[in-house]
Design a protein around this ligand. Sequence first.
Ligand SMILES: CC(=O)N[C@H]1[C@@H](OP(=O)(O)OP(=O)(O)OC[C@H]2O[C@@H](n3ccc(=O)[nH]c3=O)[C@H](O)[C@@H]2O)O[C@H](CO)[C@@H](O)[C@@H]1O
Ligand SMILES: C=C(OP(=O)(O)O)C(=O)O
Length: 416
Amino acid sequence: MEKLIVEKSKPLKGNVRIGGAKNSALPILAASLLGTEDIILEDVPKLKDVEVICEVLSSLGAKIEFLDKGIIKINSKDINNYETPYELMSKMRASFLVMGPLLTRIGKTKTSLPGGCAIGTRPIDLHLKGFRALGAQIDVDHGNIGAYAGKLVGDRIYLDFPSVGATENIMMAAVMAEGETIIDNAAMEPEIVDLANFLNKLGADIKGAGTSSIRIKGVKELGGCTHSIIPDRIEAGTYMVAAAITKGDVVVENVITSHIKPIIAKLRESGCTIIENNDKVRVIGTDELKAVDIKTLPYPGFPTDMQAQFMSLMSVAKGTSVIIETVFENRFMHVDELKRMGADIKIDGRSAIIQGIDNLMSAPVKATDLRAGAALILAGLVADGVTEIRDIYHVDRGYEDIEGKLIRLGANVKRA
Ligand SMILES: CC(=O)N[C@H]1[C@@H](OP(=O)(O)OP(=O)(O)OC[C@H]2O[C@@H](n3ccc(=O)[nH]c3=O)[C@H](O)[C@@H]2O)O[C@H](CO)[C@@H](O)[C@@H]1O
Ligand SMILES: C=C(OP(=O)(O)O)C(=O)O
């Protein structure tokens, strides 16, 4: 199993380009099952998760070609399968996103139930509530879940929580349902807007994506298009924190600054200087890093996917900060690992109380999930000594060439 070896590094300096968003690429690749003509996707990040969803699409009969760096051509005209095998489902939860497209395109879909993961139990009740409202019959047996529908008919669906995945899956199922579907209390993440824009380019009729009420008018068929994936706001935020924690000076390129407002705001509050310039953001660290409180929330609130990275930052800030995790019930697996590096953190229910210290120290640690791994890399950049991070494959799910990008900014990082 590969490890990442991170040595205490000098302040990071230079420019780093952000790739396409994992959380846009995955639903958009799943939605490519809906088109009957060629689809060209640009700025697709080279990630383990993208590889897995492409395997899922191929197993369903879609034709996939990797044309050039970041460019994928998909043709789903002849999809001939509706079952996603357990092996692929168990590699990645987001494989579940093919259910909505298959249900509306061929009227049936079957997969194994996605399990929980290190960050929580992650139920799918809201996805199923949406499918049922559209007229699907849901069968669960022996760990498998099937959805079947002779015909889907639009309905008004209220989500008890603005779930990103449920909004996406229901939106994809509704695009070819008869009549109008309204999703209330929908998730408003930029990745939902990207998916809706993509679907509309294929010929769908979706309005209101990015607000809490999305209206989808069913159409008979979807075609093809060319679409560029939006930049990854979480990858951007991670490099911004890398600049802040090393007291560096880094220009993060290819960002949509309106998508990273909470990250910019919290870094400013902590004393960093942030200069926004079109699609670039420059982060200049400070010698007087201040503790800030954070509460994770659905978009436009502070993203849960940046919580662990900020916890590393707060571990070396001056003062006490409180981080409240409201989106996932168990997203504090990185805390024990950060404590092994000397961090002073206490957990009280959904809150973490962090007392900043002057210096972290290196220790052998383990990436328990994707963002936990990113947080440990950040901590390793400023910890005295050499930090070994095991199970780094989690990080490869969501960061393209993380060591290359960090090395080009001056970090001492290598894979072993
Ligand atoms: C591939 C992808 O885009 N992943 C992102 C997506 O995950 P994902 O789509 O899985 O996250 P959700 O927004 O669905 O989950 C948020 C909360 O809702 C709960 N829930 C969700 C669905 C459901 O049917 N029932 C239910 O109770 C979850 O357990 C969780 O507590 O949004 C999360 C929240 O921004 C991010 O952390 C993930 O990076
Ligand atoms: C939790 C994440 O992703 P996923 O939903 O794919 O597990 C993440 O990107 O931080």
